[in-house]
Design a binder for this molecule. Structure first.
Ligand code: IPE
Ligand code: IPE
Ligand code: MG
Length: 251
């Protein structure tokens, strides 16, 4: 397929930007294997695609970008791969935070942090504190995140409020439930991109996906870049989001 550059695409179309994009960054292992290298080589190469995606989101004024870095199921991988991923996470946090801050990016790490070692948690807390007042882009890294975990945490939060007497059972509805999820403070999810060719959610944003547009690409994560991101956004921009209504009602 002939690739269209980001600038060419932008010049021929009026692109309606999504407010919140999430990406399942998949395909690192296969990318490395295709090159005869270890899977972990692919994870390291994927960092450049993360940088490109953040740059794209920032310069295109997307409000919020959520990246799936490590799922609650990824602990089941071979121990040495998990270790490399944790080390890489620490390294990237250390090397990128200053630049993110300089560019006005607010960083949050969303997931069950209790499973991470103390050094990593402290790096995460420092980065979140440093960038907490930034408003150019909300960058959310989903780490040890699972969509089911998020739903269970919200249920626990609500149950606790009922036990404390600050809420009635009948106060539990979609809006109050939503407020207890890990993404409550962010714009609704507009677009979910998955690289690497698989067409599944892999326990990512289950609650938040209810009306997100889904975009699957065969591009392996280390090959993802600003032009590919623009292709996804153009595709999104051409869809009609009906939210249950009929076409005539939304035109
Ligand atoms: C995604 O790439 C990165 C993580 C899950 C951390 P994979 O490692 O799943 O790559 P493939 O799917 O095996 O190619
Ligand atoms: C999903 O990818 C998790 C991340 C990209 C972080 P996986 O490669 O773990 O998903 P499955 O196991 O193929 O569904
Ligand atoms: Mg995978």
């Amino acid at each position: 397929m002939e690739t269209i550059s980001k600038d060419e695409l932008a010049s021929v179309k009026t692109v309606k930007m999504p407010r919140h994009v999430a990406i399942i960054m998949d395909g690192n292992g296969r990318w490395a294997k295709q090159k005869g290298k270890l899977r972990t080589f692919g994870h390291k190469a994927g960092v450049e695609a993360v940088r490109a995606s953040v740059r794209f989101a920032r310069t295109q004024h997307i409000e919020s970008l959520t990246l799936f870095a490590f799922s609650s199921e990824n602990w089941k991988r071979p121990q040495d791969e998990v270790s490399v991923l944790m080390e890489l996470f620490k390294l990237v946090l250390t090397s990128e935070v200053k630049r993110l801050h300089k560019n006005g990016v607010r960083l949050r790490v969303i997931g069950d942090l209790s499973a991470f070692d103390a050094k990593l948690v402290s790096k995460i807390k420092d980065a979140e504190a440093l960038t907490q007042h930034n408003t150019e882009l909300q960058l959310n890294i989903a780490a040890n995140y699972g969509g089911r975990w998020d739903i269970v945490m919200a249920a626990q939060g609500l149950a606790q409020q009922v036990v404390n007497g600050t809420m009635q059972v009948t106060d539990i509805n979609e809006a109050t439930f939503d407020q207890c999820t890990a993404f409550a403070h962010l714009p609704p999810l507009d677009l979910l991109i998955r690289t690497g060719g698989e067409q599944r959610i892999s326990n990512f944003l289950l609650w938040q996906c209810a009306y997100a547009e889904l975009y699957f690409t065969d591009t392996l994560w280390p090959d993802f870049n600003e032009d590919k991101f623009m292709e996804a956004v153009v595709d999104f921009s051409e869809r009609q989001r009906r939210f249950g209504k009929i076409s005539e009602q939304v035109i």
